[in-house]
Write a protein that binds this ligand. Sequence first.
Ligand code: SF4
Ligand code: FES
Length: 258
Amino acid sequence: MSQNSKKVEEVIKKSEMSIDEGREITIRSFKYNPSNPDSKPKFVDYKLRETPGMTLYIALTKIKATIDNDLSSDFVCRAGICGACGMLVNGKPQLACKTLTSDFEGGKIELLPLPTFKLIKDLSVDTGTWMKNMSLRVNSWIVSKEKTDISKIEKPIEPEVAQEVFELDRCIECGLCVASCSTAIMREDFVGAVGLNRVARFQVDPHDERTDEDFYELIGDDDGIFGCMSLLACEDHCPKKLSLQSKIAYMRRKMVQV
Ligand code: SF4
Ligand code: FES
């Protein structure tokens, strides 16, 4: 046997051992299908063996493949990039693909769909419609009188300004900030930290010709900048670690002066 095949065999043996030796964990998941009149909201317990490096994404995929193929949850990238896999994990909004099961000492993990968004089924919610409505509400696009000419190179901007725009653009629209926001949970018209962050992105972009007064007209009300109660939960739960609260505080101070 070659050296390489020996190594592969060792790795397989090791992973088989750890599959057998992993502790038993219990995933307690909410189940409900609002489009089925016979469906009633309930919790279902799934018991499975924990494997090294197991994330909630892996655990849910295993449950769907081996125990309950009717369980619904959303995933696309499995790498914290697409923002599809947000859910309440033991009461906290988190990305399932970035959450290790080993972080839960007792091995008991309760999953619920994100609040605020329309429930599709079980752990799957419609963040897309919420984000689309928010984008329309905050006019999430460059506003300029200049006619776009795609044959020309875009007007250059200072590197540090571009860096600030890129930083604000790192939002993945996962909705965790919305699900953790008391105002957003109480008032469906609130644009949330994600919406205010979006406005901040256009405010710093010199390609956008809107003035401070224009932005005040857009979000200078209770659905916008003055709806935030500064409870900081948005920033605490943002998986991209965006400085949401300092940005909101800065914008609010600026708008008071308009
Ligand atoms: S601001 Fe953070 S928590 Fe909110 S949608 Fe964007 S990435 Fe998610
Ligand atoms: S699957 Fe894309 S962020 Fe989790």
